[in-house]
Design a protein. Structure first.
Length: 322
């Protein structure tokens, strides 16, 4: 019976992820929350050359913010930057080419960035869903390297800079897929069993939720949040989940609708009135576990995740500086 109730709840939740779900939720939004001037504030958005990242960067630029686009592909990133500058008239758009699956590259970027810029808001949006097990040049499973370790290093490397800023925030773009995963610290790089890219991605997204909760406890001067954008029509969805895209394309949210809660968390005064470390969907906190689901993890597993990631991080920091 509990399985049935859980399934009914989850299917109901899936409807909320569609364009219709957004349109319904948006009826309670206060437009004034995001009608703000953020001139003088600095925002860094990873994965900003397309999809939710670009939509977020564009909306921040419209509001006068200084935006740092962190992208992997130089050619696509330059096109995105030009589009943002042209559409918003904001010249304070800066481009940085960084591969988020390469931890040494992230460290080098972060060290340089701290010496040259200020930062008020970090938006961890970059991610990937590689459907076959693939290793990076460092021997890391690519989904883990990008979604989990990349997010961890980018955030922890920039925390000292954020600690100096007024109203500092970190927003991480996760996924509702994490609801079907329990944190698994025994196989972080998916070496055991059959490799399923969708489930590996969902596990990474659960890890991001845990990271956010742990960071919120450790860094009280920074407001941390993690969010689910719903199902949006982005290049990443089309390329990584073609079957899903074909089934759902008429119901998917626009990129701007997917980015709405990221923007709200990044610029609104209302967002920081809520506690740090929460998981959001459509501008409100939502549970990180389904009712009666066995996805809760013991504190020692969450601590272990942080320890393992810190070990990786320090190893690659030493390599990047050496």
């Amino acid at each position: 019976m509990s399985w049935y109730r859980n399934t009914v709840w989850f299917v109901k939740g899936l409807r909320e992820y569609t364009r219709g779900g957004y349109e319904s939720a948006s009826k309670r939004f206060n437009p004034a929350d995001v009608e703000v001037d953020v001139a003088g504030r600095s925002f860094l958005v990873t994965g900003a050359n397309s999809g939710i990242g670009k939509a977020t960067a564009k909306e921040i630029a419209r509001r006068g913010g200084t935006v740092h686009l962190v992208c992997r592909n130089k050619e696509r990133a330059e096109v995105a930057k030009e589009e943002i500058v042209t559409e918003t008239g904001n010249q304070n758009i800066f481009l940085h080419i960084v591969d988020l699956s390469n931890p040494k590259e992230i460290w080098k970027f972060a060290e340089k960035f701290q010496n040259e810029h200020k930062l008020n808001v970090l938006i961890n949006n970059a991610g990937c869903m590689v459907n076959n097990r693939e290793l990076t040049e460092d021997g890391l499973e690519k989904n883990f390297a990008t979604n989990t370790l990349g997010t961890y290093i980018m955030t922890t490397a920039l925390v000292p800079l954020l600690e100096k800023a007024a109203d500092a925030r970190v927003i991480t773009v996760s996924s509702g897929g994490m609801l079907v995963q329990k944190l698994n610290v025994s196989d972080l790089q998916s070496e055991s069993g059959t490799f399923d890219g969708t489930m590996v991605y969902a596990q990474n997204k659960r890890q991001q939720v845990v990271l956010t909760e742990q960071w919120a406890k450790a860094h009280r001067n920074i407001h941390f949040s993690v969010m689910h954008p719903g199902w949006a029509d982005t290049p990443a969805v089309r390329s990584s989940m073609p079957d899903f895209y074909e089934r759902m394309k008429n119901s998917l949210r626009t990129e701007a609708q997917g980015a709405d809660t990221v923007l709200w968390l990044a610029v609104s005064a209302e967002a920081t009135k809520l506690p740090s470390g929460l998981f959001f969907q459509d501008r409100q906190p939502v549970p990180t576990h389904l009712p009666l689901a066995y996805t809760h993890s013991p504190p020692e597993d969450e601590e272990k995740l942080m320890e393992v990631l810190e070990e990786f991080s320090q190893k690659f920091k030493s390599a990047s500086l050496g």
